[in-house]
Design a protein around this ligand. Structure first.
Ligand SMILES: [Zn+2]
Length: 451
């Protein structure tokens, strides 16, 4: 296949697999019929930073080191955008997510970066953001968002706009404009887009809105949203996620994904019309737990809701549908894009051609909620998917999960007694690779302080 003139990678942040998949045919007829669909893709990390660092470096979290603990991307390895630049691609990031920007260093290698909340015109609602900015002083902020991830993330008061309004349409509008301008200059383009519409608080409308009926239910919905962003289960003794509200949150996210995906499909059609040799990748970076294993949000999980992700890949000129069931990892987006761009083709293989080369490893490191995380959640985890099972290693023991069932985790036994890597259906070469990654994980987690 020829090298694409445009490589567009669109990330629906925090979108669960099941928030997109049952409806994709209706929402995205173009991409549905002209793409390769990965039905068993997993994110290597459980929140924006580690997962993106993996997609942009091809490394697992224990190798790139960007975790909840470090909160930074080391500059010791080349990035996807940087390598594409060497091959003549001009790279553009258009994002609604503060975490993908210079805050953590994920913009390394990009030629330009657009923070949509700064560049998109306001709707005459400046007064509202003035009040929000005023209230967003540290004392108030710490009271409302008790465990909100990082000072760095909340320093950009303007960035708070993404919690109150949808930018999905604006992102794609700006993308069309930048693509048109750059094409006129004869450039090859790597375009990365991140929408926050599908992320908490899940924008079901242009402006943030509570969707339940009646005052009492609206209060319940609001409190559930607060519990989610504060990862309440981590810090509150005997917290039980309410199944009814968790279903409701899934619905909120599904509506948000629908809104954005319809625009993505139009954008894909437009792009293909302009440049038939364009590659379009539409995926998520991780999901949400919404009650799975009693978890609410993301940041410290290896659950199915939190890590099984949609991954749709339409290669330059592809005009038919392919389905791949083999469990793969998002981190291999890196080598697949490099492969398509014709960079070092012996080393870089493509997910659509050799999915069995992928290791669906997931890692999570414990999340420190301002010193209040309960002991039982101070755990680092390593997981992989093999056929219909997922194997999870935490606190010295292996657990097994039936991937078709929510909440089906059972203990297998202590390490050494049982070795699911050895007993997996993988080839001996893949087993060796997995064993090596597992040992590197064990080594890496020793460096993570438990308080
Ligand atoms: Zn994310």
């Amino acid at each position: 296949m020829q090298e694409p003139q445009i490589i567009a990678m669109i990330v629906a942040d925090a979108c669960r697999y099941d928030s997109m998949y049952p409806h994709i045919k209706k929402w995205m007829p173009y991409l549905y019929n002209n793409s390769t669909h990965f039905l068993q893709a997993r994110s290597p990390g459980c929140w924006t930073l580690p997962s993106h660092a993996s997609m942009f470096s091809g490394l697992l979290p224990h190798d790139h080191g960007a975790t909840t603990q470090t909160r930074t991307v080391p500059d010791s390895f080349p990035t996807l955008a940087g390598l594409l630049k060497e091959k003549g691609y001009y790279s553009v990031m258009i994002t609604a997510n503060v975490a993908t920007t210079d805050v953590f260093g994920l913009n390394r290698g990009f030629d330009e970066m657009h923070k949509i909340w700064r560049e998109s015109p306001n709707n005459g609602d400046e007064w509202f953001y003035g009040i929000v900015g005023f209230l967003w002083r540290p004392r108030f902020r710490n009271r409302v968002f008790k465990s909100f991830i990082d000072r760095k993330l909340s320093e950009d008061v303007e960035g708070l706009r993404v919690f109150f309004r949808s930018y999905g349409k604006e992102l794609l509008k700006m993308a069309r404009k930048r693509v048109s301008d750059l094409l006129n200059q004869g450039k090859k383009i790597f375009l990365y887009i991140n929408t926050y519409d599908t992320h908490f608080p899940y924008h079901t409308n242009e402006q943030f809105r509570l969707k339940s009926k009646g005052f009492k239910n609206k209060i319940g919905e609001f409190l559930t949203l607060m519990d989610i962003i504060n990862n309440r289960h981590l810090t509150v003794e005997n917290y039980r996620a309410d199944p009814g509200w968790m279903q409701f949150m899934k619905l909120r996210q599904r509506q948000a994904v629908r809104r954005f995906s319809i625009h993505v499909d139009k954008f894909a059609r437009w792009l293909r019309k302009r440049v038939p040799e364009s590659t379009i990748i539409y995926c998520s970076d991780h999901g949400e737990q919404f009650g799975e294993e009693n978890g609410l949000y993301h940041f410290s999980n290896v659950t199915e809701g939190g890590n099984r992700v949609p991954l749709i890949w339409s290669r330059a000129g592809q005009n038919h549908k392919i389905t791949i069931e083999y469990p793969v990892s998002l981190r291999n987006i890196y080598n697949s894009i490099l492969c398509e761009a014709g960079i070092d083709n012996r080393k870089n293989w493509h997910l659509t051609e050799s999915p069995e080369k992928s290791l669906s490893v997931i890692e999570a490191y414990w999340y420190n909620a301002h010193g209040k995380t309960k002991e039982k959640y101070k755990r680092n985890q390593f997981a992989f998917v093999d056929e219909k099972k997922k194997y999870v290693f935490r606190n010295g023991s292996w657990f097994i999960v039936d991937i078709d069932k929510d909440d089906s985790i059972t203990e297998l036994g202590t390490a050494g007694v049982v070795n699911p890597i050895e007993e997996s259906s993988l080839s001996s070469e893949r087993k060796k690779e997995l064993e090596l990654e597992f040992n590197k994980f064990l080594q890496f987690e020793k460096e993570i302080p438990l308080s």
